[in-house]
Design a protein around this ligand. Structure first.
Ligand code: UDP
Length: 374
């Protein structure tokens, strides 16, 4: 059996698709295991990047409970890994699927590759539970694919051996570059009038549910009130805890469009057309610099400090006064906006998946030869 790729959420699918393709090109026989952690969002992402899963887990857990989800995933992935003995299991990032895929492999003595290893916010409550999941994967992973030097440093500080870490770039840049020529303008862009500037808004983090999301919505209302030439497009996450607040507060607002999650080629089309992004998403912080779009990060901490250091993103939290102040600055001062746009993307060069494939091919071959010799 070849290498198993375990993925269940939208970002994992978007970030592992180029790795899957690259492994396939290298005839390493990858097998895509869809955990089903995200339902419709996952299917939308798989369709966008041309993934047809080889295996789909049965599900049956209560996805509103992190313990039910994690134990259900661990149980089903554990059985699958034990029964099929893949040559390695690759997980990505910081989700329940990633943690359970890594642990299921580790407990079956199958090597674990962690893509996007080493991101740290330094606060296990922020983002929750992502910071814990990625930290828990570190001690059991065998191959740590760090997207940046900072991530590499974080892993070393955690005690990971340097010879198990490779700085590869983030695979989302591979996906972004692959998609850049295949974007598809969604119908919502037809509603943008000449001369209007688009603000793309996304918010879904668990720690923002309730007050945080409400603060973000208040900021959106104040921004359209103050700036008559802006239009806010908000593809709201399908999670009901997010949608209910957002639809109640923004559903009837003028020049704010709360829409269903966009397919990736459509999302990238809106991102490209945007003047500014307000987002608590990890992936969006990584993608926006590729299109010279500044990001105001709607969180108190970020594990993507590279974006802050490069000057392409700024942390603003969820306090409406701060969001409105910082966004207004970028809307009214072209020089401030210009300083945040037109910077080099600090997250990668589009070749991360090829690097990961080369490393895995070399390492797995060396292990096979060692086994045969022994
Ligand atoms: N995304 C998308 N459609 C949308 C909103 C986001 O395809 O309507 C993509 C986005 O481009 C990014 C990923 O989803 O690559 C981010 O997912 P999310 O914000 O859910 O997760 P995070 O990156 O914060 O883990």
């Amino acid at each position: 059996m070849g290498i198993a790729i375990v993925a269940g959420t939208r970002p994992e699918i978007l970030k592992l698709a180029p790795v899957f393709r690259s492994l396939k090109d290298a005839t390493l026989d990858p097998v895509w295991v869809a955990t089903g952690q995200h339902g419709d969002l996952a299917e939308q992402a798989q369709n966008a990047v041309g993934i047809v899963p080889d295996i789909v887990l049965d599900g049956g857990w209560d996805s509103r409970s992190l313990t039910s989800l994690s134990s259900g995933l661990l149980d089903q992935l554990g059985s699958w890994v034990a029964g099929h003995q893949p040559s390695a299991v690759i997980v990505q990032g910081d989700t329940a699927s990633a943690w359970s895929g890594a642990l299921a492999a580790h407990l079956n003595k199958v090597p674990v590759g962690h893509v996007e290893a080493g991101l740290r916010s330094g606060d296990t409550n922020n983002p929750f539970p992502e910071e814990s999941f990625r930290r828990l994967i570190a001690p059991i992973a065998d191959f740590h694919f760090a997207p940046t030097r900072l991530a590499e440093k974080n892993l070393r500080l955690d005690g990971v051996r340097p010879r198990q870490i490779w700085v590869t770039g983030n695979t989302i840049i591979d996906t972004v570059l692959d998609m850049a020529d295949r974007v598809r303008a969604p119908a919502i862009l037809d509603q943008v009038k000449p001369g209007e500037r688009i603000i793309l808004l996304t918010a879904h983090r668990r720690e923002s549910w309730g007050e945080g999301i409400a603060g973000i919505c208040r900021a959106a209302l104040e921004l359209v009130h103050r700036h008559p030439d802006i239009r806010i497009i908000f593809p709201a996450h399908s999670n009901p805890r997010v949608r209910e607040t957002v639809e109640a507060m923004l559903g009837a607002a003028d020049r704010i469009h709360v829409i269903a999650p966009l397919a990736y080629p459509e999302f990238i089309a809106v991102l490209k057309a945007s003047h500014l992004v307000l987002s608590d998403s990890g992936g969006v912080q990584e993608e926006a610099p590729s299109f010279d779009v500044p990001v105001l990060v709607l969180r108190e901490t970020t594990e993507r400090q590279e974006a802050i250091d490069a000057g392409v993103a700024r942390l603003v939290g969820t306090d409406p006064a701060v969001i409105v102040r910082e966004a207004s600055l970028l809307l009214t001062r072209p020089s401030a906006h210009g300083r945040m746009a037109s910077r080099k993307n600090p997250f990668g060069d589009g070749k991360a998946s090829q690097r990961i494939t080369d490393i895995l091919a070399r390492k797995l071959l060396a292990e096979k030869e060692l086994r045969q010799a022994g």
